[in-house]
Design a protein around this ligand. Structure first.
Ligand SMILES: [Zn+2]
Length: 139
């Protein structure tokens, strides 16, 4: 099966409870020749799962970031979801904190390429552009 390389994008910002600086995973984008409309926010299960698998790859050093990514609890309603949990105190901020980070990065850049990994093309096609549907301006 054909595959493509996808980048996991993150932004370093403190936990609102304990001030520990963590990498907030917010998006996925193809590593090569990405298009703005393919930008995919990591606020729905399939995107969270893909980000976690890329971050947890054995040849990388981002297993701790992968372990901080959280699935949406069954009781939580609404469309938007923050998957990032603080690695120090376990605080799980709500969507608004990740939304503020997304807005900041969109306007001021400064994100981190946290990891990159190959994923099956059909799997990427099924989720690309998903989540908040933000057109990424930095391709
Ligand atoms: Zn914390």
């Amino acid at each position: 099966m054909s595959s493509l390389q996808v980048d996991v994008l993150a932004y370093e910002a403190p936990c609102e409870r304990c001030s520990f600086s963590l990498w907030w995973v917010f998006g996925l984008l193809p590593s090569y020749r990405p298009r703005g409309e393919e930008f995919t926010t990591t606020d729905f299960p399939e995107a969270v799962d893909m980000a976690r698998r890329i971050l947890a790859a054995p040849d990388g050093d981002t297993a701790d970031v992968a372990a901080q990514l959280y699935d949406r609890p069954a009781w939580q309603r609404g469309r938007s979801f923050n998957p990032n949990r603080c690695g120090a105190c376990g605080h799980h901020a709500d969507w608004h904190v990740l939304d503020a980070i997304l807005t900041h990065v969109y306007h001021h850049k400064g994100w981190i390429h946290a990891a990159a990994g190959r994923v099956p093309v059909p799997e990427w096609r099924a989720i690309r552009g998903g989540g908040q549907g933000i057109h990424w301006p930095y391709c």
